[in-house]
Design a protein around this ligand. Structure first.
Ligand code: PRP
Length: 188
């Protein structure tokens, strides 16, 4: 795909590289002041979308902060509304006595996070909080307490900075609207 073809699939930028950098600076500042003992803090990233946010957030935090990953999947369209989630890859870490901070790229309906919060809170952590780069307030189906929010965005199909459409666009350094013709073509 050429850069021109890429640009024609996008329909405007929702968060520039500068917007994202400023949001992550602010979030890292809040997290640093709230977690005074970095060695007790475990960042939990949710694959795959959170990879970019995790990388850039973790590099703004003290080196003693630990990192772990989960991969989860909804059971499918029929059960998605129930919020039933399947663990594809579980954490390596034991959460007992740790302060856990879930790192997400986006909170959309809130279903994934709602389930994840319940799951991780049952594992003996001292605390479980959430940091997300992006949030779509208008898309919320489940009300989830998100302590650290980077940027609120409109309820539209966005890609980039970890977010994909059919596994494309995750590597964009900014967040953009997906042009409607892209998903319209695939729906035909
Ligand atoms: C995205 C995103 C969140 C979730 C948010 O992941 O990374 O985990 O959806 O949506 P929700 O608030 O409606 O639950 P996705 O399932 O697309 O997987 P991916 O990260 O591998 O792209």
């Amino acid at each position: 795909m050429t850069m021109d073809e890429l640009a024609s699939d996008l329909d405007g930028i929702v968060a520039t590289e500068a917007d994202i950098s400023a949001a992550l600076d602010r979030l890292a500042g809040e997290i640093r002041s709230d977690y005074t003992d970095p060695s007790s803090l475990l960042l939990v990233g949710v694959l795959k979308g959170a990879v970019m946010v995790m990388a850039d957030l973790a590099r703004r935090l003290p080196p003693g902060v630990a990192m772990d990953w989960m991969a989860v999947s909804s059971y499918g369209a029929g059960t998605r509304s129930s919020g039933v989630v399947r663990i594809l890859k579980d954490l390596d870490a034991d959460l007992t006595g740790r302060h856990v901070l879930i790192v997400e790229d986006i909170v959309d309906s809130g279903r994934t996070l709602s389930w994840l919060l319940g799951n991780l809170r049952s594992r003996g952590a001292l605390s479980v909080e959430v940091a997300t780069l992006l949030r779509k307030p208008e898309a919320a189906v489940v009300n989830v307490p998100v302590k650290y929010v980077g940027i609120d965005i409109p309820n539209a199909f966005v890609v980039g900075f970890g977010l994909d459409y059919a596994e494309r666009f995750r590597g964009l350094p900014y967040v953009a609207l997906l042009a409607p013709h892209v998903y319209a073509e695939d729906a035909e």
